[in-house]
Design a protein around this ligand. Structure first.
Ligand code: GLP
Length: 259
């Protein structure tokens, strides 16, 4: 796991976007796994800038998103489909038909999840998976106590995640946050060939500590990423503050990136 500690969120977002731009240039048919939340927005803006500048095209890229709230229609302004359209898809030249988000209104949600797994498999798997991290160490919506080999399924949100997600979304009203979601599993995420995880701010310190230097445990589902051969963590100094080996990670990753 490479931990890239940046001076600012802006710098980290730029570096992460550069990594994706480079990969899509090398393989225009890249399969992306995408994430929502406030964290990746800056990176999505940087990706859009590169498209505008004519540096890269997403015309042949296909994407699968991590998760969606159960019970929200794609048109709901707090749905993850709506979020992706607004924050990325409408800003780049991707074909919307090539973008996939789990259907929060699926009549048979378990079938929806099984079909989603099959779609990803048929696409040849995810080349680059983008991740944020919950303050409790969750990835996608895989909360503490989730099996580290879980597959895409209906999941239940913890009160702490509901609180976190109400803070920036749902007009701050916890009662409006759905209590369930459809989410890629931890095992599904780990099959991605490369993983880019972003984490910013003090609120993510404990999650990052658990993920990078804690033991592997289902109580911090991100900790399983220690077993993955190609993970890049782009974070700011605030999120990295509790890491014991932060100077070492910063030097090693800067050297590898040629910075
Ligand atoms: C939600 C999403 C996660 C995301 C997390 C953090 O729980 N399901 O994919 O990483 O929020 O959100 P934020 O980036 O707003 O801190």
């Amino acid at each position: 796991m490479e931990v890239v500690i940046c001076k600012s969120k802006g710098e980290a977002s730029k570096l992460a976007a550069e990594m994706i731009t480079k990969a899509v240039k090398a393989n225009p048919k890249t399969v992306l796994g995408l994430a929502t939340g406030s964290t990746p927005v800056g990176m999505y803006d940087e990706m859009a800038k590169a498209v505008k500048a004519g540096e890269v095209s997403y015309k042949q890229v296909r994407s699968w998103n991590l998760d969606e709230y159960y019970g929200l229609p794609p048109t709901h302004d707090q749905s993850y489909r709506y979020f992706m359209n607004k924050n990325l898809f409408e800003k780049i030249d991707i074909d919307l038909a090539n973008t996939h988000v789990l259907d929060g209104l699926a009549a048979d949600p378990e079938k929806e999840c099984a079909d989603y797994e099959k779609q990803i498999k048929d696409a040849g798997g995810i080349d680059i998976q983008v991740l944020g991290i919950g303050s409790d160490g969750h990835i996608a919506f895989n909360e503490p106590g989730t099996s580290l080999t879980s597959r895409t399924s209906v999941v239940y949100l913890t009160p702490s995640t509901i609180k976190d997600n109400a803070r920036l979304f749902f007009g701050g009203d916890e009662s409006k946050v759905p209590t369930r979601a459809l989410s890629m599993g931890v095992g599904t995420i780990c099959e991605a060939k490369k993983i880019i995880l972003l984490a910013f701010g003090e609120n993510k310190q404990d999650a990052l500590l658990g993920m990078v230097e804690g033991g592997i445990t289902q109580f911090c589902t991100a900790s399983i990423l220690q077993m993955h051969p190609d993970v890049w963590v782009f974070c700011d100094e605030a999120a990295a503050a509790k890491l014991k080996l932060k100077e070492y990670y910063a030097w090693r990753s800067a050297t590898k990136l040629g910075k």
